[in-house]
Each structure stands twice: as structure tokens, then as C-alpha cells.
Design a protein around this ligand. Sequence first.
Ligand SMILES: [Zn+2]
Length: 172
Amino acid sequence: MAVIQHVVDEAHPVAGCDAMLTSLPRMPLVIRTADCLPLMLVDPVRRAIGIAHAGWRGLAAGLPLKLLAAFRHTFQSRPEDLLVAIGPAIHPCCYEVGPEFERSFGPFVQLRGSRRTCDLIGAAIDQFRRGRVAPLHIIDSQQCTACTGSPWYSIRREGQTTGRLLSFIVIR
Ligand SMILES: [Zn+2]
């Protein structure tokens, strides 16, 4: 399941969703993460933006593809116009998972000796590419939140009580 909200005015702030879209200037969209993927999208042609908090459940539910559909539906965006940025998130170096991930993430689950890891960033990029976003329009921060010494908050490394990374995007 993936809930995507269209932010249409200042009077009705939204919360409790996986993703938000808007074409309103000066309306920042903000998410909080610690290991999950912050996804930020811009359509410079239609002047629209979006942000998403993508964990493994959201990615397994096709959240990137659903975001593209929501942009198309809401703003008539073309995927080839969209720019995508992926903020700091847990990378396969640190994301050890159980065998049940193989069903949802197939080629993005790898065995490294006795460890089974999952590449959520690769899975997200794959969905955007399948949705016809140009590979050169997708930027990954290449920052792993969970690596030892990482400056980012990580639930995997520090537990649930750790802080959260704020990501935001706004149209000036
Ligand atoms: Zn790592």
C-alpha cells in the first residue's frame, strides 16, 4: 500500500501518508527518515514537486511507479521530464534481510557469504527507469545511513530512539 496526497492549499496540511505532491509555490513538503529512502521529484516543465518516504514495504508496493502515475494524473507530467533525487538511506553494505525479501526484491537481494542483503536504492532506481525516467535524471546521494561512522541517523545502527533526517523540497 502507498498513500500519496496532493497538497492543494495551506489550510489543510497533510500527514500520515507515504508521499506528497504539490504545484504550490512556497509550500515545503517535508519527510523524516532514518534508513528509509527520501525520494524527491521535480517536474520543471509543469512546475510541480513531490517527496516520498520509501521503506521496503513502500518499494515492494511499487511506490516509485505510483509516484510517476500520480504526477501524470495530477499534473499531466511526462516521466521523461522528471528529475529524481535519492537522499541518504541504508545501502546493501548494511541492509541484511531475511529470505522473504527474495519474493519482493528478486535480483536486488544478494548473498554475501553468510549474509543476505537487499539493495533498496537499486530497486527504487529500477522502478523509476521502468517508468521511463531517464537514467541521467536520477541522482543517488550514495550515502549509507547505517555504515559505521556515518553522519546520518540510522535505526539499524542506533535503534528506534535515534533522531530523524529531515528532507524537504519547495518551489520558490
Ligand atoms: Zn553501509
